[in-house]
Design a protein around this ligand. Sequence first.
Ligand SMILES: Cc1cc2nc3c(=O)[nH]c(=O)nc-3n(C[C@H](O)[C@H](O)[C@H](O)COP(=O)(O)O)c2cc1C
Length: 195
Amino acid sequence: MKVLVVYAHPNPKSFNHAVLESFTKGLADAGHRFDLVDLYDIGFNPCLSQDDFDRLAKRETPDDIKIQQEKVTDADGLAFIHPIWWTGPPAILKGWIDRVFFMGFAYNIDEKTGHYAGLLKHRKAMVIGTAAASETEAKAAGLEDAFKKIDTDGIFRFCGIATVEEVIFHNVVAADDLTRRNYLNQAYTLGMTFE
Ligand SMILES: Cc1cc2nc3c(=O)[nH]c(=O)nc-3n(C[C@H](O)[C@H](O)[C@H](O)COP(=O)(O)O)c2cc1C
């Protein structure tokens, strides 16, 4: 299977980067091919602008969006790795979704009935998020529900991907080495067992 991995963290020495390395090692060891989009590294512009709207309406997709859409189309599976910031993905990743999963590419809305149809056919989307909150704190604050509802239903299922797996690594700021190693092992296994 070919997996597109979209990664959003500015620091190559971060825990998230270690998660990325473990996950992609798992993918490679399982014999999957993967393509990596490191959003900060490529300086992806996350702002959906009026110019984008105008050009997309004329089917003149801006080059930076077209490059990403080709990567999405070329993949059988999608994986996203990012820290949870204010209960969701960092703005650079949210903006990647705004611009790349544009109407006509990721979904369509019938102008007469208002009914929508997802256009993505990937076998699976996986999201690995890291949080400072413990599992108990995250549940109490509604973080888990909000995160899963928005990603799973609001984005991926809306766009047609039925199988969505969300994993949150909790308490990562205060985690000891053993806990972090366990998370990295889990990330490796998630890559190894991606199907
Ligand atoms: C702007 C910002 C917003 C954050 N919002 C949340 C949040 O809503 N819930 C949470 O549990 N942690 C939140 N955090 C903590 C990050 O999730 C945490 O620092 C990160 O997962 C640690 O991974 P890293 O070491 O790879 O950066 C936030 C951190 C930042 C910088």
